[in-house]
Design a protein around this ligand. Structure first.
Ligand code: NAP
Length: 262
């Protein structure tokens, strides 16, 4: 199937590692020009070089913190100034801190709101200005399986990612007449550095191996394993691509069947 991404411009936020990097790599494999962001400049540059080397695509790294309004404006403006357009925006950021209700004061809530919810609001606002002019585009928010399957000890993520779902659903209606699609994609357990370092810590504590610990996590999933980041990347790029041209206002689970609801 042709995803119709050749020479299209994709912006993938928080993409020096993990789900974002895998998504950027698949866009590049499909012939898109890709802009990636993250906070650490060196890691971001290395990832951009690696993807460009492996795929032959143009990959532009822009250092930007997803939780900062001015960084998001600069990121989207740099993408537009460099490539003239933005066809696909994938909004991503690191996860907010884990914990329970009694653990968080207003300051922690506020920074989690900036990181998880306002990053989505601000990036969508900036991209909409570009996409409305060209009467096409897609915005995809990376959230979590937690939007359908509440995860213990992840109060901030459970709460704020559902706000992103509400944002996406509403924007799909407001932006539809401009031919701009808006969706969320919900990863389950995926073997990114984040999950692997957790498995390393558990392996050291339990005197097991990282593979044992990943297998334990996977055993709670109907497909019996954690996902490879590229499996997530392929699903995300399909959803963001013109090949998914009639899909908007959707929440796509990439969770191996973990959530019990549709
Ligand atoms: P990861 O492997 O730790 O990668 C995170 C990436 O985001 C890095 O490139 C990091 O680079 C960047 N980043 C973090 N905070 C940022 C910020 N404030 N501004 C810009 N870039 C930022 O994490 P991941 O597993 O890919 O997770 C990505 C998102 O999916 C997170 O929100 C996570 O909670 C969510 N999620 C992951 C899973 C999973 O199983 N992996 C499951 C459900 C949901 P810098 O540190 O240099 O900025």
């Amino acid at each position: 199937m042709d995803l119709h991404l050749t020479n299209r411009v994709a912006v993938v936020m928080a993409a020096s590692k993990g789900l974002g990097a895998a998504t950027a790599r698949v866009f590049a494999q499909e012939g898109a020009r890709v802009v990636i962001s993250a906070r650490n400049a060196e890691a971001l540059r290395d990832t951009a070089q690696s993807i460009a080397h492996d795929t032959g695509a143009t990959v532009l790294p822009v250092v930007a913190d997803s939780s900062r309004a001015d960084d998001i404006v600069r990121l989207i403006e740099t993408a537009r100034a460099t490539f003239g357009t933005i066809d696909a925006l994938v909004v991503n950021a690191g996860g907010p801190p884990s914990g329970r209700f009694v653990d968080f004061d207003d300051a922690v809530w506020q920074s989690a709101i900036d990181l998880t919810l306002m990053s989505a609001v601000r990036a969508a606002r900036q991209a909409y200005a570009a996409m409305r002019e060209q009467k096409s585009g897609s915005i995809t928010f990376i959230t979590s399986v937690g939007v359908k399957h509440t995860l213990d000890n992840l109060l901030l993520s459970n709460s704020l990612r559902l706000a992103v779902v509400g944002l996406a659903k509403t924007l799909s209606r407001e932006f539809g007449p401009d031919n701009i699609r808006v969706n969320v994609i919900c990863p389950g357990y995926t073997a990114t550095d984040r999950i692997i370092s957790l498995a390393q810590a558990n392996a050291a504590r339990n005197n097991t191996t990282v593979e044992d610990e990943l297998a334990k996590v996977g055993s709670n999933v109907p497909l019996g394993r954690v996902a490879d980041p590229m499996e997530f990347g392929r699903a995300c790029v399909f959803l963001a691509s013109p090949a998914a041209g009639y899909i908007t206002g959707a929440a796509l689970m990439v969770d191996g069947g973990m959530s019990r609801v549709m």
